[in-house]
Design a protein around this ligand. Structure first.
Ligand SMILES: Nc1ncnc2c1ncn2[C@@H]1O[C@H](COP(=O)(O)OP(=O)(O)OP(=O)(O)O)[C@@H](O)[C@H]1O
Ligand SMILES: [Mg+2]
Length: 615
């Protein structure tokens, strides 16, 4: 073994390592928290042993930063992201996929020494904006480089591996597991109570019914002017009429210390209007306090609370004023850590409103994490969360993927999100990724996932779909981008057409090509039937001959016109021209870039490609 692990490896890990030892590529598709990083580590260890280099790529900086910190003691490691460049000469490099892409286009020297490239979270290929980068990189990687692909469970792993195998002309072994080592329990949080609705992939309709009954009861009480009967007690109503089951894991939260929940009365939802859509910040604050109190009492902290807007996260974190979730020793640990980290900032930067605000929150065990934070602030939050001193982290999806953090509970503020185009429900794959942060292997027996219900209880089908639905297939998001076209103009060996042909989108068409060619040959070999034209005069054959003759005349005329001094006078650089395309099916708009020399009647044109390819 190139490296030893402190635990017995799982079957899929052993299988992947076996292929790596043979110098072969592998695609590992396994559930969140299954231990895919082990395979990446092994590839790093092999590169160190063979005195070659290895590159690990991840789609988000949070993962890159964490992996850099984790691997630092074990390997000779460097980090290259948009924000930092640390030890670029190291033999094991962690970088964003975009940086690897530019190295490949540049033909950087380092590429020659690389033995392994690891793509973590490869299901990111489905990302509409950035997914294309993964395909570009896979297509351009030289054949001598072995590939390790790590992905969440997706339905078409074999198909994806087959595409890479064909593109690289090498076998990509597929392995993985769909078993989650730390099982999840999914609950609804309504009116100060938790209702368990799914356990070990089994949906519990009784739990949902109990939540719906509570909703009805509360609303009928409200209609009659009564108050809620909710007490906010520390119990989970797994099913109506069933014995109440507590969430306690036997031992108290090891991170918990003296905790103070401000002036919160403990009745939670009962303090606010009953589901009438009034969701003011004060009622939201009360709900957060109820929830945090409940989680704390049931030893379910630390928790990550996912929201889908930066503003929402900030406001939620700011709203829970007066809440203190840390002990005095944790407070001093946080202070020392922040002082050391922020001392790297220059003078007045240390007093930036964001730095001061986040520091204040952190000291009380509350964190925020989203793309609007300064890189250093984000990293401090990540590191403190990993140390277990942040008890509640309000985060956007920036924390959803691949971060090995000690979250016992994941909370969904809402199951609707704005995806840049529209408001839509969270997809099963996205839910799984975020929910996967709950219950880390080796730390917890189960993970808890909570969906906040404010004004309504979701329908059974919607919940089933998102919790137990099939994740999305890996699908190509390949498109020609301006950046790609410009880069490819510099790369001699690869043309734009090659890129298109080798993309995952074209894979099926290309796979069927030999079959289609054979079919065509068979058809051509068949005796041709004479078609008798009964309608048109002259006959087809005669029409075809006349058309060909007309085309020849047209070509002669065009040539003569193009070579005439009058035309050349107009065809100067900068002139916009309409060009007949070679297929003669369409006309393209272009600009003359370079005019001909006297004896060579040729022009260099720039076409407006978006007329041909939809950008
Ligand atoms: N065979 C094993 N036995 C016990 N613990 C393991 C084993 N393999 C990995 N782990 C531990 O499980 C935790 C999660 O592993 P890791 O971060 O690699 O998961 P992952 O599959 O990459 O999850 P994600 O999809 O969230 O990225 C780590 O703390 C790791 O040390
Ligand atoms: Mg991972």
């Amino acid at each position: 073994m190139a490296i030893e692990f402190p635990f017995e490896l799982d079957k899929f890990q052993k299988e992947a390592i076996y292929y790596l030892e043979k110098g072969e590529s592998v695609f590992v598709a396994a559930h969140t928290s299954a231990g895919k990083t082990v395979v990446a580590e092994y590839a790093f260890a092999l590169a160190s042993k063979h005195c070659t280099r290895a590159v690990y790529t991840a789609p988000i900086k949070t993962i890159s930063n964490q992996k850099y910190r984790d691997f630092c003691g074990k390997f000779d490691v460097g980090l290259l992201t948009g924000d930092v460049s640390l030890r670029p000469e190291a033999s094991c490099l962690i970088m964003t996929t975009e940086i690897l892409r530019s190295m490949l286009y540049r033909g950087a020297d380092i590429i020659r020494d690389i033995e392994w490239v690891i793509f973590d979270e490869v299901h990111y290929v489905n990302d509409v904006e950035r997914g294309v980068v993964w395909e570009e990189v896979i297509i351009m990687l030289p054949r001598h480089i072995n590939i390790v692909l790590l992905s969440a469970t997706v339905p078409n792993t074999v198909e994806f591996a087959d595409w890479i195998g064909r593109t690289k002309q090498k076998k990509i072994h597929v392995t993985g597991t769909s078993k989650r080592p730390v099982p999840l329990e999914h609950c609804l949080f309504y009116s100060g109570e938790l209702y368990k609705i799914c356990e070990r992939e089994n949906f519990l309709p009784q739990g949902l019914k109990a939540a719906k009954d509570a909703y009805k009861k509360k609303n009928s009480n409200a209609a009659r002017g009564g108050t809620s009967s909710s007490t906010g007690s520390s119990a989970v109503q797994g099913a109506r009429g069933q014995k109440r089951e507590t969430f306690n894991r036997g031992k108290q939260n090891k991170h918990s210390g003296p905790q103070n929940f401000g002036n919160y009365s403990g009745t939670g939802w009962g303090n606010q209007s009953n589901g009438g859509g009034q969701n003011s910040w004060s009622s939201r604050r009360t709900t957060w306090l109820t929830l945090i109190d409940k989680l704390s009492k049931n030893s379910l902290l630390p928790a990550v609370i996912f929201g889908f807007s930066k503003n929402q996260c900030d406001k939620s974190a700011n709203s829970i004023t007066g809440t203190d979730l840390t002990s005095s020793s944790e407070k001093s640990e946080i202070r020392v850590f922040c002082d050391k980290a922020f001392s790297r900032l220059k003078g007045s930067d240390r007093n930036l409103p964001q730095v001061v605000r986040v520091q204040g929150l952190l000291c009380r065990g509350i964190g925020v994490h989203h793309a609007g934070l300064l890189p250093i602030v984000k990293e401090v939050v990540e590191m403190l969360f990993c140390r277990g001193v942040i008890k509640v982290l309000f985060s956007t999806e920036t924390f959803a993927m691949g971060v090995n953090a000690p979250a016992r509970t994941v909370v969904f503020d809402t199951l609707r999100k704005f995806d840049g185009k529209e408001f839509r429900s969270v997809l099963p794959g996205e839910y799984t990724q975020m929910a996967g942060r709950a219950g880390r292997r080796g730390l917890d027996k189960t993970g808890t996932v909570i969906v906040m219900c404010r004004d309504e209880i979701p329908e059974e089908n919607d919940l089933k779909l998102v919790i137990t639905g099939t994740p999305m297939k890996l699908e190509s998001q390949f498109r020609l981008t301006y950046i790609m076209i410009l880069h490819l103009l510099r790369v001699e060996e690869l043309k734009i057409e090659d890129m298109l042909k080798r993309s995952f989108a074209e894979f099926h068409a290309q796979k069927k090509l030999p079959e289609q060619q054979q079919l065509l040959m068979r058809k051509l070999a068949q005796p041709k039937k004479t078609i008798e034209c009964i309608k048109c005069e002259p006959a087809f054959e005669e029409y075809y001959e006349m058309h060909t003759e007309a085309e020849e005349h047209r070509e002669h005329i065009t040539k003569a016109v193009m070579q005439s001094p009058v035309a050349q006078q107009f065809l100067t650089p900068g002139r916009v021209v309409v060009v007949k395309s070679q297929s003669a099916q369409d006309h393209l708009l272009g600009v003359v870039l370079k005019s001909s020399s006297a004896n060579n009647k040729q022009y260099i044109l720039c076409y407006f490609l978006n007329l041909m390819f939809q950008q």
